[in-house]
Design a binder for this molecule. Structure first.
Ligand SMILES: [Zn+2]
Length: 210
């Protein structure tokens, strides 16, 4: 195959010129997969197209399409996890009846199962208060969440969710709950929203204990 050959996508049959063809992928059997069709695969970061057969790509696309279908026609939100102090930006959207959730921070539309969550934690970044600086964000209402060390202020908070092996091939989600300012209202809002998530998970697990 010459450098300037046109490439034909083995899935959709579209033809791509040599330069644009560089943005596609060559499969294990030498077939060409165009960038548009590649986007129809799961977000699994470990997909190695050069090692996949055409059938394996098709199987992955079927999983992705079924997941998309759940997201667009079956998902009914019962709880939005959001930081009210941060322009109401939503981080997670839960459908507790189906036991599903979406990462609305990324807004990528993929549907995950609540049953796939095996661990979640909140991680803080803090910095020492400069002289004369104050930080009063009262988080004592959330004793299960980490405290800001004395003499420090919170500059960042993220909710880390670790997942069991799942159809999308994603093993963790990292939701950044604060802007860079680490404003006190925002920090309180972040704690409240993680608390909402933790409570929802407890309730879901109690209701679905096997
Ligand atoms: Zn294609």
């Amino acid at each position: 195959m010459g450098l300037f050959d046109k490439k034909t996508c083995a899935i959709c049959g579209s033809q791509t010129g040599a330069i644009l063809g560089l943005f596609g992928s060559e499969l294990a059997g030498g077939e060409y997969l165009c960038p548009d069709c590649r986007k129809k695969c799961t977000p699994n970061p470990n997909l190695k197209f050069s090692k996949m057969t055409l059938d394996e790509v098709k199987a992955d696309m079927a999983v992705a399409a079924a997941n998309r279908q759940k997201g667009t026609s079956e998902f009914h939100s019962t709880l939005k996890i959001k930081n009210g102090a941060y322009r109401d930006r939503s981080f997670l959207d839960l459908d507790e009846n189906h036991g599903w959730f979406m990462n609305t921070a990324l807004n990528d539309g993929w549907v995950y199962s609540l049953d796939d969550i095996y661990f979640y934690t909140i991680e803080l970044t803090t910095e020492k208060l400069a002289e004369g600086q104050t930080f009063y964000a009262d988080t004592s209402r959330y004793p299960e969440l980490p405290k800001c060390p004395d003499g420090c202020r919170i500059t960042g908070a993220s909710l880390k969710i670790l997942l069991l092996e799942n159809e999308l091939g994603i093993d963790s989600l990292n939701l950044n709950l604060l802007t860079q300012s680490g404003d006190e209202n925002e920090v309180r809002g972040a704690y409240a929203c993680v608390h909402d998530f933790v409570e929802a998970m407890k309730e879901y697990r109690t209701a679905h204990r096997k």
